[in-house]
Write a protein that binds this ligand. Structure first.
Ligand SMILES: Cc1cc2nc3c(=O)[nH]c(=O)nc-3n(C[C@H](O)[C@H](O)[C@H](O)COP(=O)(O)OP(=O)(O)OC[C@H]3O[C@@H](n4cnc5c(N)ncnc54)[C@H](O)[C@@H]3O)c2cc1C
Length: 387
């Protein structure tokens, strides 16, 4: 069918990406999930292919392509039945390093972007703290200026890519008395003296590393400030739209692959003398899910087009994140049911899909927070402007 969003070049990019994933990633995912980590050598190969730098300028090693190439990437990595695998490039290229690209000084870009785009360095975004998740404004980590440095004290938790990673974009309070205007973004090297981490055990995303981080008098050079002091919260609000969009794309793409996998199984599995895909109750469930996935997919493409055209679409991106991740929870539950007892077994990818999907409605802003944003916009007439 004609596509309004992808052309022949996107299709060629998709095919070579699929070939790469089929050769280099998919055969290893079960092992990586068991090892609870993905070898750095793999991410170097991923970087060599240009996949970390799709929307980054060529001068830092990027491909400088349009956003729909990233949509292709996010779709395909989300179809590999491992949220732990997909999340690393999502965080690296769409949730952390864009703050450096969009707001950082030239020196900061030259210092950090080429390594990340090449896949030699892994970056994380450190917002959440033990006492501040949804309420990000309430963070307590402080960075107080002292000569040429900031001295950072505090802690972060649930930070993806941090434990085995190299640097982070950390959200800190540079002026604890200034409320929202006292929050800034600092790039901190993970190996800095005074940074310590503990790896967390999770329900899902087993191949992804998630860390609790402590900062104990960590000296960070002043030049590692991203953009202007006190602007961090506003930069963050802008960046979160892209994070939500990525979650929405991952949501429908994961659902598509779960449904395809289920259809294959349902055509082979027999009960009462016929394939289970002949039972009307299951057929109707499939039809309903396929319709919902399709509707969500095209709404999300619309949001991606808005993003690609430079629109600051807070309401639409929040809606897409809410619907896509809620749908993934539902599809995971219903598809697992099609597999009967086999769906509960580790030998079947559906078990992993089920536990990996569950984070979608929590990470990057919970469903409740998405509904709050949407309600404020459509009931109270609140408007948001990009920083
Ligand atoms: C695997 C994983 C990876 C993560 N990766 C990162 C990362 O890389 N970087 C990072 O900074 N963070 C990360 N997070 C943190 C994630 O963003 C937070 O968990 C999330 O924002 C929710 O915060 P919280 O866990 O503190 O829950 P809380 O904010 O304590 O919320 C608890 C419950 O209360 C509800 N609630 C809160 N406020 C409201 C309200 N106003 N109205 C209605 N309900 C409300 C929430 O929706 C939730 O159901 C990750 C989390 C996980 C589990």
């Amino acid at each position: 069918m004609k596509s309004y969003y992808f052309n022949e070049e996107h299709d060629m990019f998709r095919q070579s990406l699929k070939d790469f994933l089929n050769k280099e990633a998919i055969p290893n995912i079960t092992q990586w999930e068991q090892d609870r980590r993905i070898p750095k050598a793999f991410w170097k190969k991923f970087g060599d292919m240009g996949y970390f730098g799709i929307n980054f300028p060529e001068k830092y090693g990027g491909l400088d392509l349009g956003f729909f190439y990233s949509v292709v990437l996010i779709e395909e990595i989300s179809k590999c039945f491992s949220g732990g695998f997909a999340i690393l490039p999502m965080v690296q290229s769409y949730m952390s390093t864009p703050y450096i690209l969009n707001h950082g000084s030239e020196a900061l870009k030259e210092k950090y972007l080429p390594g990340a785009i090449a896949g030699e360095k892994i970056c994380s975004i450190a917002i959440s703290e033990p006492g501040a998740g949804s309420d990000a404004m309430n963070i307590q980590t402080k960075a107080i200026k002292n000569g040429d440095h900031y001295i950072v004290n505090g802690s972060k938790t649930f930070i993806t890519n941090a434990f085995y990673g190299d640097f982070m974009v950390a959200v800190v309070k540079t002026d604890p008395e200034a409320g929202v205007n006292g929050i800034s973004l600092l790039v901190i090297d993970n190996k800095s003296e005074g940074v310590s981490m503990r790896k967390l055990n999770k329900l899902g995303w087993h191949s992804s590393d998630t860390a609790e981080i402590n900062f104990d008098d960590v000296e960070v050079p002043k030049e590692n400030l991203v953009g202007d002091e006190g602007m961090g919260f506003y930069y963050l609000m802008g960046g979160l739209q892209l994070e939500r969009l990525v979650a929405a794309v991952g949501g429908f793409a994961g659902c598509e692959s779960a449904l395809r996998y289920s259809l294959q199984y349902m055509s082979e599995r027999k009960a009462f003398g016929r394939p289970i895909n002949k039972f009307q109750v299951l057929r109707h469930r499939v039809a309903q899910m396929a319709s919902e996935i399709e509707a969500h997919k095209y709404f999300t493409y619309h949001c991606c087009k808005l993003h690609n055209d430079g629109e600051y679409a807070v309401k639409e991106c929040s809606m897409a994140k809410l619907l896509g991740t809620e749908m993934a929870n539902k599809v995971a539950t219903e598809c697992l049911q099609f597999f009967g007892g086999y769906g509960y077994m580790e030998d079947y990818k559906m078990a992993r899909f089920f536990r990996d999907s569950r984070i979608g409605t929590i990470g990057g802003g919970t469903s409740e927070v998405m509904r709050e944003i949407i309600a404020k916009m459509i009931i109270d007439g609140q408007e948001y402007e990009e920083a």
